[in-house]
Design a binder for this molecule. Structure first.
Ligand SMILES: C[S@@+](CC[C@H](N)C(=O)[O-])C[C@H]1O[C@@H](n2cnc3c(N)ncnc32)[C@H](O)[C@@H]1O
Ligand code: SF4
Length: 295
């Protein structure tokens, strides 16, 4: 059920959207891209305009500057997603992670490919509330080919997941651990294995369709096995199953060309749908698909 704090967030969002001034809103959740760098090559990786994150111009700012931007965002959003690119490739990733809880975000979600996880677990404990590690398949040959970093990469990522799971179980302020799978026409059968793997370890599981631009590819939408896979996940979610599943296949319709915010202040307030994306120099955008990250 929703806490009083969540209700207050929803109230604030609706108040500013509908009653205060229709041109502005206070987001329910903000996503900050710490860096666009990434040394993985996931074949589906794209930013909503079909550009892989690693090919975006990387205007990374220092950790201190990132924290200043986040402080500004915190005035209007209680929940934060730290993402990238690969956030752990930012040279001050630890500093920023530690700083977010000092800023008082109530939820800090961190999404990662998991390769550098052990180094950052001390920063994560007590500061991150929800850790999300991408795992698209348990097939090592396929995964290693997708990552593009040579044989053994999936094994390392899974070792790191196991390690993180042990750390979270022992932590005084435990964080949730979610395994997140992007469903593409080439890994539908693998989703069941990742789901079982997550379940057996008491982890959460999230599945989202590959987005090409702002929609899943036709091949996926037309696929009976894709439909069956999400029907399975929805049935598991309804069943409870000891785990929470967040199939992220429902898209929120947004205007194709969101209005460009005018000032730094309005950047943090303008937009649609309760989701704000913040870039490294305070640039913002609007997420075409809102992934379900909490129950
Ligand atoms: C952009 S990544 C950044 C964090 C980290 N590098 C990772 O892969 O987890 C955040 C999430 O977006 C997913 N993602 C990337 N490109 C996508 C696409 N075209 N469609 C759907 N999900 C995508 C990734 O798999 C990951 O779960
Ligand atoms: S690890 Fe994340 S950012 Fe890197 S290529 Fe894969 S999806 Fe893209």
């Amino acid at each position: 059920m929703f806490s009083i704090a969540s209700k207050m967030d929803a109230y604030s969002f609706l108040y500013h959207k509908w009653l205060d001034d229709g041109t502005r809103w206070y987001p329910l959740i903000a996503a900050y891209y710490l860096t666009y760098s990434c040394d993985f090559c996931c074949p589906y990786c794209a930013n909503g305009a079909n550009v892989p994150y690693r090919h975006l111009p990387n205007t990374t700012v220092s950790g201190q500057t990132a924290l200043k931007i986040l402080k500004r965002i915190r005035r209007h959003a209680s929940h934060l997603i730290l993402t990238g690119g690969e956030p752990f490739m930012h040279p001050d990733a630890g500093l920023v992670i530690r700083g977010t809880s000092e800023l008082g975000f109530r939820t800090v979600v961190l999404t990662t490919n998991g390769e550098r996880l052990p180094e950052f677990l001390p920063d994560i404990v007590g500061n991150v509330t929800d850790l999300v590690v991408s795992v698209d398949t348990l097939n090592a040959i396929k995964a290693d080919a997708w990552y593009g970093k040579g044989q053994g990469t999936l094994d390392r990522v899974l070792e790191n997941v196991e390690h993180a799971n042990r750390v979270r179980a022992a932590a005084k302020r435990p964080f949730t651990l979610t395994l997140a799978t992007v469903v593409t026409p080439n890994n539908i059968d693998d989703v069941y294995h990742v789901y079982d793997y997550a379940r057996q370890r008491g982890c959460r599981f999230s599945a989202s369709p590959e987005q090409q631009g702002v929609a899943p590819p036709k091949q996926l939408r037309a696929s009976d096995s894709y439909r069956a896979c999400f029907d399975f996940l929805l049935a598991e979610k309804a069943r409870g199953g000891g785990n929470t599943v967040f199939p992220g296949h429902r898209t929120i319709r947004l205007p194709r060309r969101p209005q460009k915010p005018k000032s730094a202040q309005s950047r943090i307030k303008a937009g649609f749908g309760g989701f704000l994306e913040g870039g490294m120099v305070g640039d913002t955008g609007f997420e075409p698909v809102t992934p379900s990250l909490s129950s």
